[in-house]
Design a protein around this ligand. Structure first.
Ligand SMILES: NC(=O)NC1=NC(=O)NC1=O
Length: 243
């Protein structure tokens, strides 16, 4: 199968790092097609970043659809444009936050989320409520590590991340941890050896969910919410979306 792995920010190094994680768990028969938008923010850390990134993200979804990919992964913890992408796509579209929550809910009574800037906490809390996992989450914690500081993370920042994970476990009662940023994907192995609970990265969780859906022959339902978008004209830079 072919999985389109979309990093919605424009940092190619981050795309490459998450592609390595994805490939490390993918079946031999799975091809990971990693892509980065040409336009948009270098990282997504607030509502403005997310909205701007979403337009280019949807162009990539359409590109993947035309290429006939078997699944799309939106590899940003805010799951930006996930519903819109599902209106466009026929293949499954998986957001890494939803994938991480789902995997955590299968192996722990309560899981914690440890993310980047504190201003992204409401977004994570919103997704927990939207997906129906609020009752299984022991709490969402921020490290205040900027997304791009996760690339080649320095020892002080890593220690900060580990400390928040330990606090989630010891103070909040987290029995598993979902890492709240695609940029943390390369840190799962090290954290897993140093922390007493399962550590879940939404990127690799999304890859395995995509493979399962493909093997079961399940695609996005086009009835109702994710049915074809409403036909209308678009103007200016979005004229290509006219339907
Ligand atoms: N919580 C986050 O900040 N998530 C993210 N921002 C990005 O640019 N990529 C992420 O995964």
């Amino acid at each position: 199968m072919r999985i389109q792995l979309i990093n919605p920010n424009t940092s190619a190094d981050m795309t490459n790092a998450m592609a390595l994680s994805a490939q490390s768990v993918a079946l031999d028969s799975t091809q990971i097609i990693a892509c980065t938008p040409e336009h948009g923010p270098k990282s997504i850390e607030c509502a403005f970043d997310e909205v701007i990134a979403s337009a280019a993200l949807l162009d990539l979804i359409e590109q993947g659809k035309q290429q006939g990919v078997d699944a799309h992964i939106i590899a940003c913890f805010g799951d930006p444009a996930l519903d819109a992408a599902r209106e466009l796509a026929d293949a499954p579209v998986i957001g890494i936050a939803e994938a991480g929550f789902q995997m955590a809910s299968l192996i722990a009574h309560r899981f914690g989320v440890v993310t980047t800037l504190s201003r992204t906490l409401p977004a994570s809390e919103h997704l927990l409520q939207k997906y129906g996992y609020q009752h299984k989450c022991s709490g969402v914690r921020a490290t205040n590590i900027p997304v791009l500081a996760l690339e080649n993370i320095d020892p002080a920042a890593y220690q900060l991340l580990k400390t928040e994970c330990l606090a989630a476990i010891e103070e909040d009662g987290a029995e598993a941890i979902v890492l709240g940023c695609a940029g943390m994907s390369s840190l799962v192995e090290k954290l897993s050896t140093e922390l007493p609970v399962p550590i879940i990265d939404g990127v690799v969780a999304a890859v395995k969910l995509a493979e399962s859906l493909h093997q079961l022959g399940l695609q996005t339902s086009k009835k109702g919410q994710y049915g074809q978008r409403v036909s209308k004209a678009f103007t200016g830079r979005y004229a290509h979306w006219s339907l």
